[in-house]
Design a protein around this ligand. Structure first.
Ligand SMILES: NC(=O)c1ccc[n+]([C@@H]2O[C@H](COP(=O)([O-])OP(=O)(O)OC[C@H]3O[C@@H](n4cnc5c(N)ncnc54)[C@H](OP(=O)(O)O)[C@@H]3O)[C@@H](O)[C@H]2O)c1
Length: 225
């Protein structure tokens, strides 16, 4: 691992955030689970530590988690994406915000339904402005697989963002948990990763599997870092 970070995961009590938290804590990062309810996050952190047998995991409110972190990760349902960001906005200045949001519109989650202005994550970059480097990643990685520490996750991570250095940090964070992150261009390209998730969900349903993933072919074996 190149560098150890304090990573806040807003919505870290949930499926995707919990899976990423587990793996980053196992890799040696300091992880803070964020929640609307600090006590719920603290309990989830205790449970995670028990699962891992070690690891620096704690839990608190979304706002306090974001304030204490070097890097903030957003893993809440699309309907809560904007309100959660607004709540912690003051704590994000100068930081990288990794947003894994997929704009699913239940109940038709196997159907691509992007917001009218395109990408849900690009919209957040627009709202926050240049003082926050928003990076879109992990939309296509199944929580089911992240949570099962007994196997490696068979999925590449499309990493989109306007700041190449911030993207590179996220490529490194993916590598820390055994995933290959791939530079996938500017933040507007997040629309493709977001849309792809509904296609994966449709395939999960059709083939009765818990988590299809993606692989990008044609890349050099060793990615230049
Ligand atoms: N599940 C997957 O396999 C997967 C894969 C890739 C991407 N994603 C994306 O990751 C995000 C989270 O998905 P998930 O499956 O982890 O969701 P989830 O488990 O249903 O929710 C995650 C957390 O978000 C918080 N939350 C729920 N409703 C909220 C609301 N109305 N307002 C504020 N916070 C709320 C909850 O935390 P507290 O109650 O503790 O506040 C919850 O534990 C979504 O955007 C999803 O599309 C999911």
């Amino acid at each position: 691992m190149a560098q150890t970070y304090t990573i806040a995961i807003l919505g870290g009590t949930g499926q995707e955030g919990g899976g990423l938290a587990l793996r980053w804590a196992k890799a040696g990062h300091r992880v803070i689970l964020g929640s609307r309810d600090g006590a719920k996050a603290a309990a989830a952190a205790m449970e995670m530590k028990a699962t891992l047998g070690a690891g620096d995991v704690s839990g608190t409110s979304n706002k306090d988690a974001a304030t204490a972190a070097d890097i903030v990760v957003l893993t809440v349902p699309f309907a809560a994406q904007r309100s959660t960001v607004e709540e912690v906005r003051d704590a994000l200045n100068g930081k990288i915000l990794i947003d894994a949001t997929v704009p699913l519109v239940p109940p038709k989650v196997a159907r691509v339904q992007l917001p009218s202005d395109g990408s849900a994550v690009a919209a957040i970059q627009k709202t926050l402005g240049e003082s926050v480097r928003v990076v879109s990643a992990f939309q296509n990685v199944s929580a089911h697989h992240l949570k099962d520490l007994s196997h490696e996750v068979d999925c590449d991570v499309l990493v989109c963002g306007d700041d190449p250095a911030a993207r590179e940090t996220v490529v490194g964070l993916a590598a820390d948990i055994g995933l290959r992150g791939v530079h996938a261009g500017p933040i507007v390209n997040s629309a493709a990763a977001e849309a792809l998730t509904s296609i994966l969900i449709a395939m999960n349903m059709r083939y009765k599997v818990p988590g299809t993933g993606i692989r990008i072919t044609g890349l050099p074996a060793e990615q230049p870092r």
